[in-house]
Design a protein around this ligand. Structure first.
Ligand code: ZN
Length: 656
């Protein structure tokens, strides 16, 4: 582990809080120190209040902020002398503690201070850094963890036996620090939890953290417990129907659709194929605050019902000893490991699922290195339970209020790179769905860079590409709930007497044939949708009201509409709803350039604006309007509707 301190970067920060921001971000940049909101930092600053009086404040990381991206507003200023007095109380309940922290801030809009604020306050140094460094938890999650820490650091660190974070930990640390610390004390190790470093200078505190963690890493190397080999894992072909079935079982248990993300890295594959998997994976997390993301144990095998009964007995065993009455959380796993599927992480959103796999990626290193050191020993079931059911941890998960409508659902859109398809992608993402965008344009792969989106270059007329795209969708998100059949082509005006056979065939192939293949392939996945599958067919006004010169387009869309009706009949028994939209005159798409629009308007002797609003409502129809209707049709408002054909054309007298 190396210091990431950079003199040029550091120069941007001239004040104490600025330095705190900078070195906090440096800690956050190394995932071997902290992951996804883990760890916390503080700085003690004397400042003037509104009355012009000097007040000592503790600026401590606000709850919910991530060290990697934290900035000034992420630190909550709390009155330091009050925090130190609190540490002398005999007891303080969690709600009382949170109230005291919030009520003693000097900035009403600041986030709730970290639950470790009192601990930070009691350490008599300007800067305090706290991480859950992999190397430290590797050594302390071990039978002889404490002896090894003593061996590495001698009396340069104060060692604290594990107790749960919160007031009691702060009080214990304050007491032990006062008793044991001396001039040469550089840090504090919390067994099975993490490490604190401190100093009166930001850089010194940060670099002490780095050098102490580095010593732990060097120790692991000396003990032959550092190098890990993940080569040689057998590649197993993913079974997408099994994954979709697993997703349904998990989602039904949670009570809402969940995202399942399959990670087939060498590390995950190799770990999932180990002979000792059933022992080493069933000990518990590397540091207790992972439990709210990962649950205590990953599920092995494929039986969700077995996992549920194990979780229920875990709950019943440990809830008895809790201080207050607990309500059981959903008993579904957040991680699944088995030889057939590899490693699957589970979350309410794709981002949550990724957090779980990031955490377990590090946990595997911790477990395997601790095994080489004599055996991985996580905290007891009771300690993990207490953390999982700690109100203050649960509050972190509840943050953010209610979720958008399609949260946890997966939508696939064809012809997704432009026009109506692109608008559908945007609208579905905005409404919480994870989206798989298919398009023949290669740039579809880089449309967005976000956890809940994958763009796949795909020629819908190529069966192999369709199958491969669907496989990728299931590996990324676990299944499919919504399919929007939007890809289509309009070859330009052409009378039948001049129709070229190839053009006719091409239009039929893109607008009709490709959809039959896609429907066949997505059927088992839509059938396994946790709520119900939904298919939207993009028809056309030309179906009920065709015009001359568009034979191929109109005939293909009419056949597509008939295909939709039959799909609705065949799949209704599987609770899959199939509806068709007939848009007209959507001019903000790729085929309608300003030039073409002007030519068409001129042809009718109209202005472009009149031409665009040539309908009964005299309104312009945009891609966005069609996309919103697609989402609405997929929403629960239309849960009793299938085989509907809905115009979105501003009203057309020929259709009416
Ligand atoms: Zn911690």
């Amino acid at each position: 582990m190396k210091s990431l301190w950079n003199e040029e970067e550091a120069k941007q920060y001239t004040d104490e809080l600025g330095m705190r921001v900078y070195t906090s971000q440096l800690l956050g940049r190394d995932t071997n120190l902290v992951l996804h909101g883990g760890g916390n930092t503080s700085v003690k600053i004397t400042e003037k209040n509104i009355l012009g009086e000097d007040v000592d404040m503790l600026y401590v990381k606000g709850s919910g902020w991530d060290l990697e991206t934290i900035d000034r507003p992420g630190f909550s200023p709390v009155k330091l002398d009050h925090l130190i007095k609190l540490a002398n109380l005999k007891s303080l309940s969690d709600p009382q503690m949170v109230n005291e922290l919030r009520a003693n801030m000097s900035l009403a809009s600041a986030p709730t201070p970290s639950v470790e604020a009192i601990l930070h306050a009691t350490l008599p140094f300007k800067f305090v850094d706290h991480t859950h460094a992999d190397a430290i938890v590797t050594i302390t999650n071990n039978e002889k963890g404490k002896e090894r820490i003593q061996e590495i650091y001698g009396d340069r660190v104060v060692i604290i036996d594990y107790i749960m974070p919160g007031f009691d930990l702060a009080r214990l640390c304050a007491k032990q620090f006062a008793e044991q610390a001396h001039e040469k004390t550089e840090g504090m190790i919390l067994l099975n939890h993490g490490i604190f470093s401190f100093a009166d200078d930001a850089r010194e505190s940060y670099e002490r953290m780095i050098s102490m963690v580095n010593e732990a890493e060097e120790y692991l190397k000396r003990e032959g417990a550092w190098d890990l080999d993940f080569s040689g894992a057998a590649a197993t072909p993913p079974n997408i129907e099994s994954i979709a079935k697993l997703r349904k079982d998990v989602s039904v248990t949670v009570g809402k659709p969940m995202i399942l993300s399959t990670v087939s890295s060498d590390k995950m594959m190799s770990f999932s194929q180990r002979n000792d998997l059933a022992t080493i994976s069933q000990q518990g997390p590397a540091t207790p605050d992972h439990v709210i993301r990962t649950k205590r144990l990953p599920m092995l095998g494929t039986s969700v019902s077995n996992y549920i009964s194990q979780y229920e007995s875990y709950f019943q065993t440990y809830a008895k000893n809790a201080r207050d009455e607990k309500t059981m959380l959903d008993p579904a796993p957040r991680m699944v490991i088995n030889k057939e599927l590899g490693f699957i992480s589970i979350g309410k959103t794709a981002k949550d699922a990724n957090i779980v796999s990031d955490i377990y990626d590090h946990t595997i290193d911790v477990i395997l290195r601790a095994e080489k050191l004599g055996g991985y020993r996580a905290l007891s079931g009771q300690d993990i339970f207490d953390m999982e059911y700690w109100d203050l941890e649960q509050a972190k998960l509840r943050k953010g209020g209610s979720s958008p409508e399609f949260t946890g659902e997966v939508a696939l859109v064809t012809g997704a790179y432009s026009g109506i398809g692109k608008a559908c992608v945007e609208d579905l993402l905005a409404k919480g769905a994870a989206v798989v965008a298919l398009d023949i344009t290669p740039e579809v792969t880089t449309m967005y860079s976000r956890a809940d989106f994958i763009g796949l270059e795909c020629d819908v007329n190529d069966e192999a590409q369709i199958k491969n795209s669907i496989k990728k969708a299931v590996l990324a998100f676990g299944g499919l709930d919504i399919v929007v059949l939007n890809a289509g082509m309009f070859p330009g005006g052409c009378q039948i007497k001049e129709m070229e056979t190839d053009v006719w065939k091409k239009v039929m192939s893109v607008n009709l044939d490709a959809n039959v293949v896609l429907l066949r392939e997505v059927y088992p996945l839509l059938k396994a949708s946790p709520k119900y599958g939904r298919v939207i067919f993009m028809g056309s006004k030309n179906v009920p009201a065709p015009g001359p010169g568009a034979a191929a387009y109109s005939a293909s869309k009419a056949a597509l509409t008939q295909l939709a009706r039959i799909t609705a009949l065949e799949w209704g028994g599987d609770a899959i709803r199939v509806n068709t939209l007939h848009p007209d005159a959507v001019f903000d798409t790729g085929i309608w350039t300003e030039e073409v629009l002007q030519a068409r308007a001129k042809h009718y002797g109209m202005s472009v604006q009149d031409y665009k609003t040539k309908n009964i409502l005299k309104t312009e129809i945009k891609s966005k309007d069609v996309a919103e209707l697609v989402s609405t049709l997929c929403s629960s408002s239309f849960s009793k509707t299938t085989a509907a054909q809905i115009p979105i054309d501003g009203g057309n007298d020929r259709v009416i």
